[in-house]
Design a protein around this ligand. Structure first.
Ligand SMILES: [Fe+2]
Length: 410
């Protein structure tokens, strides 16, 4: 379906209160780099204690960030440049082969890179929430067309696989340790749920049938008066449109549904006679090679992502139609597991056996076992260096601002 764009006219409201101003993210990227690659790694003092207080995520909740005395764009740019120069200077003498767990194998550099990559994506989430003026990023690559998959579901025979990793160079603490998990046999949808399939749920009264929803999901749906995925609206009956960075376009039936909460994904799955996959099922389908009994770094193998295998890295600023990347298939034949959109899983965010908080508990540990659901696979907005089969993202089941959809299992 061709995308006809026009500017959406709306009230000139900034991003919602559950996202910080873009300029906060920008300063925070530099401040995190200074904190970890200068102060923590080398004991160099912070340039300005006041900046640390403004830009530390644990000190100021999102709702307070708009009222902080933030650096403006130009001063923030100068600050980031100064931090980077000092970091490169310190790197000259960094001992990456020693025993310091922060520096060993470059862990702390990878962590800071990962952090910047993740903020690149959250800044796009903020731009997608913004109303009143469209944001039209430069399209850096065209996406390949989708094709209906040959098989709509893949079968994953029961048996053990190795979940998580022991890697201490790139992986974050919540991805460790590698541990064997016995996964009973299951079926997994070859691709994420499409807009076409989701529209059937909508038009079948899926949002009005309490029996399809979890009790908490139904309370949320009623309170928020939700009737369709985020950004969707009807021009005429059965004529669904969506807004992409402030511009209107028809819903593309062959693309995966995005901007749905965990509650919506769960209700859809029940309507379809299916369920969401557990985190272990997702990771096994994405990573395990049953012919060799080994684990792959990406669904297709260990080679880094490229434009033939996955839609990552903010190329076209949208998910591709499903099945557009047959070369990105996992050993079991599931498609699109890395890239295009984050996928909700059934699982709550919890520690793996042998978990050790490193290097700070605010990264993962404080979020364990308090209602967050795990998301897997990364989106079109995820930078390639920030995603792998073991990477775990998490958010509350009400959240829809991520570039997030789902696929079903049974
Ligand atoms: Fe951050």
């Amino acid at each position: 379906m061709a995308a006809a764009h026009r500017l959406r006219r709306g009230p000139g409201s900034p991003a919602r209160r559950d996202h910080e101003p873009l300029i906060w993210d920008y300063g925070h990227i530099g401040n995190y780099e200074e904190l970890w690659l200068l102060e923590k790694a080398f004991g160099r003092g912070l340039s300005d204690r006041g900046l640390y207080d403004i830009y530390d995520a644990s000190l100021t909740p999102r709702s307070e960030r708009p009222s902080l005395n933030l650096l403006d764009r130009r001063d923030a740019g100068r600050y980031l440049d100064a931090v980077r120069e000092a970091v490169l200077d310190a790197l000259e003498n960094a001992d990456l082969d020693g025993n310091d767990p922060l520096l060993k194998d470059g862990f702390v550099y990878h962590m800071v890179l990962q952090h910047e990559y993740q903020h690149n994506e959250t800044m796009l989430q903020t731009l997608q929430l913004m109303q009143g003026s469209g944001y039209r990023p430069e399209i850096r690559a065209d996406l390949p067309p989708g094709n209906p998959p040959e098989e709509e579901i893949v079968y994953v025979p029961g048996g053990p696989f190795v979940m998580g990793t022991d890697d201490r160079a790139w992986a974050l603490d919540n991805e460790r340790s590698a541990h064997e998990v016995e996964v009973p046999s299951f079926y997994l949808d070859t691709t994420p749920a499409t807009n076409r399939a989701y529209l059937e749920f909508v038009e079948d009264g899926g949002y009005d049938r309490e029996e399809l929803w979890s009790p908490e999901g139904w309370v949320w749906r009623e309170k928020e008066d939700i009737h369709a995925p985020g950004h969707w609206y009807q021009k005429e009956p059965h004529d669904w449109w969506t807004q992409c960075f402030g511009f209107d376009e028809p819903v593309n039936a062959e693309a995966p549904v995005v901007h749905v909460s965990w509650y919506e994904a769960d209700a859809y799955a029940r309507w379809a006679g299916k369920r969401l996959p557990t985190e272990a099922e997702w990771e096994k389908a994405a990573s395990w090679d049953p012919s060799t009994g080994t684990k792959r770094f990406y669904p297709w193998g260990d080679e880094p992502p490229d434009g033939a295998r996955a839609n990552l890295d903010q190329l076209a600023f949208r998910p591709a139609e499903v099945s557009a990347y047959p070369a990105g298939a996992s050993a079991y034949g599931s498609l699109g597991m890395i890239g295009d959109l984050w996928e909700w899983t059934a699982s709550e965010f919890s520690a793996y056996p042998g978990f050790e908080s490193f290097p700070y508990p605010e990264y993962s540990e404080i979020f364990f076992d308090c209602g967050y659901r795990v998301l897997r696979g990364g989106s079109w907005a995820t930078r390639p260096g920030a995603i792998r089969n073991t990477f775990r993202n998490w958010d509350l089941p009400i959240r829809r601002q991520l570039f997030v959809g789902f696929r079903c299992a049974r």
